[in-house]
Design a protein around this ligand. Structure first.
Ligand code: CP
Length: 315
């Protein structure tokens, strides 16, 4: 594996999930594999879980790890090819990427969307510029459209929580939020669920349809109560509108998950990638209750990142 930016970069999703679960049992089993190798983690946006878990994953594999908040600590980057750089940008992204590739054996990069221009965001301009110019393997730490390390940890969490001899019913539900958020976590979760042995349902208000490239095979409901019936896992996430791009068109509080709503499920486990706005996106009673898996998901981010870095180092 040279790139980890989408589920399509993974040959066998089940094997990768199993690798991550095995690493969880013995996190230091491969502590020599990254010796004398350097992992560079580049952030254009804030992060808690991705930053710390991927940094620790590299260290557990024996790697040296460098972190740069390039939005605050680097020169202002120019993204346009052929630009006459007589404005605010100081360094072209292709020069920055090529230089970082000289110092790193693997680069992880976080580059959120602007949520202003759908075509530009969905073209993954920043991620592609790094892939084209840095010359080393790239791991997405959440791009404009996808968050594969989160989804791998999520699938791992579902697998380790599920012991029945049938496919679990997994429901991705939209939740209210006061700000416009990217679609990346929802797109990515949908993409990975499409490769997993689950019955996958998405529920959201009308107007919040995700990009169909990621939701093929999912059943979509606009009625949340219907969607939640007999659910085994509920993944709660807000996203801004994709069709009428990057807008908050609905703040209906009735979409927030509560204990009352859990009654119609199969005592569903509740998931969220975090950070979460309590009592806006998800209620305290759910987050602090016995059905919540949010801390387990966050814990699994470490082993997901370790499995991915190990696979790249083996190559
Ligand atoms: N879930 C997640 O990616 O968290 P951070 O944004 O804090 O990294």
């Amino acid at each position: 594996m040279k790139y980890f930016t989408t589920v399509h970069d993974v040959n066998n999703v089940n094997d990768l999930v199993q690798d991550a679960l095995n690493i969880k049992q013995n996190p230091y089993a491969f502590s020599e594999i990254g010796k004398n190798k350097t992992l560079g983690l580049i952030f254009m946006n804030p992060s808690l879980r991705t930053r710390l878990s991927t940094q620790k994953a590299g260290m557990n594999l024996g790697m040296n790890v460098m972190v740069m908040n390039i939005d605050k600590e680097g020169w202002a980057l120019e993204l346009e090819d052929g630009a006459v750089m007589n404005g605010n940008t100081v360094e072209h992204i292709k020069d920055a990427a090529a230089v970082m590739g000289q110092y790193c054996d693997i680069i992880g990069i976080r580059c959120f969307p602007s949520l202003k221009n759908k075509e530009e965001d969905y073209s993954e301009k920043v991620l592609l510029k790094f892939m084209e110019n840095c010359g080393v393997p790239i791991v997405s730490l959440e791009s404009a459209t996808l968050h594969p390390l989160q989804s791998l940890a999520d699938l791992m969490t579902i697998k380790e929580q599920w012991s029945e001899n049938r496919k679990p019913k997994v429901v991705l539900t939209w939740a209210p939020h006061i700000k416009a958020l990217p679609q990346a976590v929802a797109n990515s979760f949908s993409e990975w669920m499409g490769k997993a042995a689950v019955d996958f349902i998405i529920t959201h208000p009308e107007g919040y349809e995700l990009c169909e490239d990621y939701t093929k095979g999912a059943t979509i409901y606009h009625n949340q109560d219907e969607a939640l019936k007999n659910a085994d896992f509920i993944y709660v996430k807000n996203w801004s509108t994709y069709t009428d791009y990057g807008k908050v068109m609905n703040t209906d509080k009735s979409w927030m998950l509560t204990h009352e709503k859990l009654k119609r499920t199969n005592n569903a486990k509740v998931m969220h990638c975090l950070p979460v706005r309590r009592n806006i996106e998800l209620s305290d009673e759910i987050l602090d209750g016995k059905n919540s898996l949010v801390i387990e998901q966050a814990a699994n981010r470490l082993f997901a990142a370790q499995a991915v870095l190990k696979k790249i180092l083996e190559k």
